[in-house]
Structure formats: C-alpha cells, structure tokens
Design a protein around this ligand. Sequence first.
Ligand SMILES: Nc1ncnc2c1ncn2[C@@H]1O[C@H](COP(=O)(O)OP(=O)(O)O)[C@@H](O)[C@H]1O
Ligand SMILES: [Mg+2]
Length: 232
Amino acid sequence: MVIQLPKDEKLQPKTQPHNFFIWGKTMSGKSYFASFFPHPLVLNTDGNSEQGTAPSIQIRNIRDEDGKLKQSAIKQLDDVITALQATDNTFQTLVIDVIDDICVMIEQAICLDNDVQALSDIPYGKGYSIFNTVLQQFVMDLKALPMNIIYISREISIGGDDGTAPEPMPSLKPKYYNIVNGNCDLVIHTQKFGKDTYTRTITDRRTKYEAKNITDARVKQLLESCDGMFEK
Ligand SMILES: Nc1ncnc2c1ncn2[C@@H]1O[C@H](COP(=O)(O)OP(=O)(O)O)[C@@H](O)[C@H]1O
Ligand SMILES: [Mg+2]
C-alpha cells in the first residue's frame, strides 16, 4: 500500500488539554478539584478513597506469606487499562491519586519479582530500565485512552537553607516527573490559604489554550477557575 501524505498546508489547530498534572500540599484541594471532572474513575493509593465521592479502585501490591507477590500493582494497572480500552464504559476522566505512590509500587513490584531490595541491586542498570519501560508504557497507554487523565502529586519544598524562600515543587522524582509530564498538557498547583481559601494556579502548559475551544462545559468551567489559564 502506498502511504497517503497529508496536504502541505498550515493548520489552525483547535487544541484542548486532556492530560493534567495537579500538585500541591496535603489538604490543598487536589482530589477535591479532580473529582469535579466529568464522570471520574479514581485509581487510589492513599487508602482514603472512602472520603471521595468518585468511584475508585485501590491500587497496591499484595504479598503472600512467603513475601512473594500475590497481586502486582503493575498487573493491576494493566488490567484497568485493558478494561477501559475494551468495554464500553461511561467514564470520561481517570484520576491517578497519587502518581508518586504508583511509581513506588511499580519499583516494589519489580524488586519483588527479581528478589532484590532495590532497583540498583538488579545488575547492569536493568532494574531502572525495566522501571522506565513500565512507567513510559503506562503513561502512553493512558494518553491513548479517549478520556481526561489527571495525575496527582504531593508537594515538597526545595532550598531555603541560605535564607532565600524555599521553592515548592512536585514531590515526584525529577526523572519520573519528566516521563509523566512529557505527556501532560497542563500543570496545576493547588494551594490553601488560611482556613478556607483554596486557589488553583497554572504553573506550566503545552500551549496557549482558548476557552472557546474547550468543548466540555464542565471542563471549561473548572479551567476558568484556575489562575493564569485563559487570557482575560
Ligand atoms: N475549592 C474548595 N472549596 C471548598 N472546599 C475545598 C476545596 N478544595 C478542598 N476543599 C476541602 O478540603 C478538603 C481536603 O481537600 P482534598 O482535595 O482532599 O486535599 P488533597 O490535596 O490532600 O487531595 C476536602 O475534603 C474539601 O472539604
Ligand atoms: Mg487527596
């Protein structure tokens, strides 16, 4: 078959964000904000899913008496993706709450499978390369789903020892953050001030988005509540 090349022309893309990264301190409103996205399903690691209003699946590694893996988080994530790909479900948003823990669980599962304590114990850097492959595949599979994907991460502070203000940033390790974030369209920082003032601020974006191009009214409304999302 001869491949059909696209026409050589400049396009006017009407882009909208589908992959989100939300980070912030505990109790700053990350899960709360994510739960307002349309028809959410939550992959939960916190064990506090019963507090949320969205349907959820608890992700974890379960070991048998011998310490061997009885249920692998990697397999579980795979099964969820397969189910979302295959069946005609009505979910429109998948929330990963929190991706930091998912990364730790993937590490643990690889270590248990290889009978080692740490990825670095697997020779020739193979542990790290398995990890990267698994995380990359997970993120790419999610991106291919016809859904909004929301990754949630906790917050840490960097620096501040020399008298300067400490800088808040996502707690996901930089090399993992780069894999996840390379596939995100918007990065949103949630903050809480005082007892009940909650804010959301865009801290990074793939491109400038326009409100008129956001087709889902609910998503548009949520994004309008984020500082720095649309030009006023
Ligand atoms: N924008 C908001 N308006 C009002 N209450 C909020 C808001 N965001 C969070 N909350 C309250 O704060 C609590 C903690 O928020 P949550 O999203 O669970 O925090 P976390 O960032 O740890 O996921 C929620 O149960 C909710 O009652
Ligand atoms: Mg939460």
